[in-house]
Design a protein around this ligand. Sequence first.
Ligand SMILES: [Zn+2]
Length: 251
Amino acid sequence: MISKDARGIVLYNRDFRESDKLVKIFTETDGKRMFFVKHAGKSKLTAVIQPLTVADFLLKLNDNGLSYIDDFREVRTYQSINEDLFKLSYATYIMALADAAIPDNQVDAPLFAFLEKTLSLMDEGLDYEVLTLIFEIQILERFGVQLNFHECAFCHRVGLPFDFSFRYSGLLCPEHYDKDDKRSYLDPNVPFLLDRFQSVSFDDLRSISLKDDMKAKLRQFIDAVYEDYVGLHLKSKKFIDDLAKWGDIMK
Ligand SMILES: [Zn+2]
């Protein structure tokens, strides 16, 4: 067991035995770990083991079992996310995606930074649906899925009204549409935007604004990509899908 300072994002906690809790924290320097908190209700740690808490923790890390939280400072919570059921459900989903994308104990500082930045931007009020789409497309690689939304899979030309072929796992230009009669028949803006999303920098994110029907088309296609290539069925995603169905009434 080693003691260590580490910045971390609390992904979730769950009850364990009578009054204890298990807390999953994604740390910047040591990957995701499960921490044991004894008598969680009475512990000084109660406030910092809630999901969507970021802090500098003093940790006791154990590579082959549960780890422990000794202390913490510089606590940050995402207030505006926590106050909005829609934002909260999207934030919960991207945390679950980050959790599913890499094994525990595997260091992934870039993913940590990307998750923290995405949550900050959501909290700041940027479009949470667009941020989630970008997160989903950029994290695909962690699931071992590499899709090229830049050029035709056959002739490698760029900048054309592309469609996507699941059969060839790539784009088809108008000259090569006929290679796959079951192609996706996408609005060409979908692959165009996904190409941008794959390489978008955080500074550019502030200027991205999309209409609802475009977001719906992107959502539908990314859902199909996840169904086909990742096969993940997260409860938090199901919740978002259900929210969408009765969300208009609530709003
Ligand atoms: Zn082509």
